[in-house]
Write a new protein. Structure first.
Length: 255
């Protein structure tokens, strides 16, 4: 959004378009040198743009200055920017973090090798992650396209940790269920509701938009219709399993 209006990445035309919502007027905001995919604003209204085939992220300032933020990336898909202006970019098989919008200060979430593995940032594996979004606690939601699952990256402890929020690994389908009992078909983009209670996902092959009720780390649910319940003190939890013993785990020593 820009000034309450919608900004659209017009991928095939290499343009950014603006839709003025009050009049539904469409105008060209900027003609790019590459093919735009993901868009995200920082706190100063700089617009970050992933250009997939160009292998780069560019930046458009509020005054209209168009510059390359970082290049040489392996098919950048989506981009998000948090409240501290850290920039996160999904590329082939991992997520990159640029601290304080500094292209020289980069770290990885995921090994960069195609596969599936939950765990710390240094060992976790993705298989073509595409869409990204972040909640108000700093948890990052990821559409893990080839794995057919939604992942969540949490900064809960010393290192970012990756969990599976929903979907059966490698199984395409359209089953509505709780957590890893659900199935998806070609997860593409994800976006959270303003209250962070729901995650909306689009399915490229499934031709659907789905809604996931989100229980954030520190809470759990026992069914698709139950509300989220907070875990006891000194534990944390995810939407997996059916009871406290499964969902709420003891925090590591010192937390």
């Amino acid at each position: 959004m820009q000034d309450g209006n919608l900004v659209v990445a017009d991928w095939a035309n290499n343009k950014l378009r603006k839709v003025t919502l009050s009049t539904k007027q469409v105008t060209t905001l900027y003609s790019l040198g590459g093919d735009p995919y993901g868009l995200a604003y920082d706190s100063s209204w700089n617009l970050y743009i992933t250009e997939y085939y160009k292998g780069r992220v560019t930046k458009l300032s509020p005054s209209g200055q168009y510059t390359v933020f970082v290049s040489g990336l392996n098919y950048p898909n989506d981009v998000i920017v948090d409240s501290s202006n850290n920039v996160y970019v999904s590329i082939t098989h991992k997520i990159l973090k640029y601290a304080n919008a500094n292209p020289a200060s980069v770290s990885s979430i995921g090994t960069g090798v195609a596969g599936f593995k939950d765990g710390s940032a240094s060992v976790a594996q993705f298989n073509n992650p595409i869409g990204l979004d972040m909640d108000n606690k700093g948890n990052i939601y990821v559409a893990d396209y080839n794995n057919q699952v939604v992942r969540i990256i949490t900064p809960l402890f010393i290192e970012y940790t990756v969990y599976t929020l929903a979907g059966k690994v490698g199984i395409a389908g359209g089953t509505n269920a709780v957590g890893t009992a659900a199935t998806f078909n070609g997860l593409w983009y994800v976006t959270l509701s303003p209250d962070n209670l729901y995650l909306y996902v689009t399915e490229y092959e499934g031709n659907k938009m789905r809604r996931i009720t989100v229980c954030q780390p520190g809470s759990y649910a026992t069914s698709a219709t139950s509300s989220c319940t907070s875990c006891p003190v000194n534990t944390y939890g995810m939407l997996t399993g059916t009871d406290k013993a499964t969902n709420c785990l003891e925090c590591p020593s010192g937390y």
